[in-house]
Every structure is written in structure tokens, then in C-alpha cells.
Design a protein around this ligand. Sequence first.
Ligand code: GDP
Ligand code: GDP
Length: 455
Amino acid sequence: AAEEGFDLEDVEGAIDEAGHGPLPVLAVVGRPNVGKSTLVNRIIGRREAVVEDKPGVTRDRVTYEAEWAGRRFKVVDTGGWEQDVLGIDASVAAQAEYAIEAADAVVFVVDAKVGATDTDEAVVRLLRKAGKPVVLCANKVDGPSGEADAAYLWSLGLGEPHPVSALHGRGTGDMLDAVLQALPEAPEQRFGTAVGGPRRIALIGRPNVGKSSLLNKVANEERVVVNELAGTTRDPVDELIELGGVTWKFVDTAGIRKRVHLQQGADYYASLRTAAAVEKAEVAVILIDASESISVQDQRIVTMAVEAGRAIVIAYNKWDTLDEERRYYLEREIETEFGQVAWAPRVNVSARTGRHMEKLVPAIETALAGWETRVPTGRLNAFLGELVSAHPHPIRGGKQPRILFGTQAGTKPPRFVLFASGFIEAGYRRFVERRLREEFGFEGTPIHISVRVRE
Ligand code: GDP
Ligand code: GDP
């Protein structure tokens, strides 16, 4: 590598950075108006956003990537949500429950100027039950005079309250240091090393596509395994189901079976639940209602799973209702709307009739295999060498940027680092990705490619 102009340290650093496995997840919870969204913006280092959202406007983006002191993690924001018909306690609880479920650690935000309310106490009980590490954020401590307010929050029994001003940034560094202490390096409980544990499937899709019907179909027809499998902790929201001779864990099925009917914020809950399920899963089975046009909401769900880096299978449901004309248009829609996931295995199913249920498992296995594929460095560089000489990067400003060498830094999903002599254009990157897929498969998985340019 040295003769190519990169020193070993750069190369190792780039590989480390690109090769990170699944990131640990931090949830930020608390009552409305305590400053959750302001804090999330501060943590992710962005001013854009969330706080300016008008009440009632649905936000579908609930997870963000963040970095502090060289460590990366995900943040689940529960701020964009409105008090609804359930009443404040129940809705704060429901929202916090979803978020805590998906998290490795929790920042519980309390308005120090207001002090602990009954609703705050209710959330504390939830946090105790969940048993996840908690960092208590005493927010709106804008100056030294507010520190006393923060101290009152010791009464919550969650340990030291961290006085913070999310608005001005005061104290957030110390709080984030505490967060890093609380967060596991890797999300152990979801990606643990338990050998032979069941693979985790998130069955996702917009309301009414048939998730609950599909789950019932597979759970009823196949033997439902009692949750006593060795090495698996019993989780009431997950369900172990045997399919094709293999036991799978369908995560977060409580949200599928027991539909919470909410008038306000229902879409928001749905996307929070989807995000939580995707975080916990290895593979996402995305259900689409084939009898209707592919919608923006379908695309958002696909994007969420791709961005989370999960293996992906797309199942077109309600196939029993399709006539020839609809089938024709569906194929056109798939081409135009789902071009970005053309690599995902596809099955055309009917939860009603049971059509092609047996194809689900092979598709899931294919996607997981692609997700775990590792290309040896030698093979990768032989391939890159041929590619670069057969199809060189276009000349720019009299220079020809060249990919010098590359390595696969990680799997689940596959991550590559390419080292180059100059800026590699987006079009060429896409070309390299296309050729990588042709050569090595990667069916059913997103792949990440980062490019390091020699300075
Ligand atoms: P959320 O509903 O919990 O997400 O709360 P927001 O982040 O939307 O904040 C609610 C209000 O509190 C907004 O007007 C914020 O500007 C304000 N706020 C948030 N953090 C602070 C803070 O640290 N100090 C002060 N004084 N106001 C804050
Ligand atoms: P969910 O909201 O995604 O869980 O969707 P449900 O499972 O509740 O299904 C929504 C509606 O679609 C129900 O009326 C189901 O009976 C119907 N449905 C689900 N799967 C199929 C299918 O394969 N064919 C037909 N014709 N209807 C279906």
C-alpha cells in the first residue's frame, strides 16, 4: 500500500471506519416539549429540522446516525409526536415503549425548570421494567443558576441528573460522555454471539398490506415453537416460528397482531414501530399490496430498510386478486419505483390462499447469504484491476483518477473501501457497484462503498 501513496495507518483507519458492524442504538424519550428534538439535533450536529416541524406533520425519519468522541451510534428521536386521544400518560408511555424496545441505552429527558411530573414518574417505571441503561438529562439548565433545579431530579431514582441546555449546548458533552459509558460497543442483545440462535426477521409494510394475515398464515400452518429454545431470551413481542425446517424469530410482532388504533399520529407510530423492528432484525421482509399502486409510503419503508443496512426480501401480497392488466402495470411500477432495490429477491404471494408461501424461506436465505458475503482481498483486487484497465475513469482536468486497490472492511451488509488517486465520480461509483454485484452476487443486500482519495 505504501508505494501507492497511502501509509499503512491511513489504510487501517479507513478500514476500521468503514467496517463497523451494526451500530448501538440510543433512544431519546420524555414528555412533549421537554426538548427531545432540540437535544437530538444537538447530538447529530444538525440544525435542520425537527423542531421547526409543525404539530401534526408526520415525520417518517426517526433514526439518525451520530458520532461522539470517535464512536458512532444511532439515535431514535421520539420528538415529532403529538398528544393524542389516549391521553398524555398513555401516549408518552406507548411512544417510549417502542423506542426503549429498540434501544441499547436511553436518554430520558426531563424539563428541569418544571421538575418531575406524574408522567415523568410513569416513564421511570417503564424504564425500570425494561432494564436498559438510562442517562438522565435535566434539560433547560441554561446557566449555573439552573443547576439546583437539576439536583432535584435525583428524586427520580435514576442516578445522577446531567444538567444540560440542549438549546445552547451547555453540558451536552458531559452528558454524551455518560451516554458512551452506557452504550455497549456493539448492540449485543440483538447481534449477540449466541451460536445457532434463530435469525431475526422483521415483517414490515404499510398498514393493510397483509402483515397480520401473513404472520397468521405462517404461524398457524407451521408449528409454532414454544419460546423455550435454548439460548434465547423470551421476548413477548417476538415470535419463534418454524418455517422450512428452520426456526426464525419474527421480531416485534406484537405491533402487528395487536393493532393500536390511534386517530392522531398513527402514521408516526407506524414508522417508529417499523424502525424499531428493522433495528432488531437481520432481514426485512417488506410486504407490498400488489393490488394497489406502489406508494410513496412503500418506498419510504424500503428506503428505511436499505439505509439500516438490512438484508431485504420484497413480497408482493394479495396476488390472488390480480388480473392481467394489474399484473402488467405492477411490473412497470416495480421497474420505475423500485429500481434502487432491483437486487432484492422477490416473491409473489397470497396470505389468503397460501400461494407461494414456500418460496419465502429460500428468498430469505438468499438475502442473508448475500448480506454475509465476504470477498477475499486477492479476488477483489484482481477484479478491480481488470475493471479499471477495461473501463478507466473519464479524464477530468487533464488527470485520470484511478482506483488503486480495495478491500472489504465488513459484512452484514458488505462494506468496501476503495483507495483512489483522485476524486471518483458518482456515476463511476455506481458503475463499480453494478459490476461488483454482477461478479460476486450480493443478492438481497445493500452494499456500502466508501472511497479514500490519496492526498
Ligand atoms: P420535544 O417536544 O421534547 O421534542 O421538545 P422540543 O425540542 O420541540 O423543544 C420544546 C421547546 O423547548 C422549544 O421551544 C425549544 O426551543 C425549547 N427548549 C429545548 N431545549 C431547551 C433548553 O435547553 N433551554 C431552553 N430554555 N429551552 C429549550
Ligand atoms: P396489515 O395491516 O398489514 O396487518 O394487514 P392485514 O393482515 O390486517 O390485512 C388487511 C386486509 O387485507 C384484510 O382485510 C385482509 O383480509 C386482506 N388481505 C391480506 N392478505 C390478503 C391476500 O393475500 N389476498 C386478499 N385478497 N386479501 C388479503
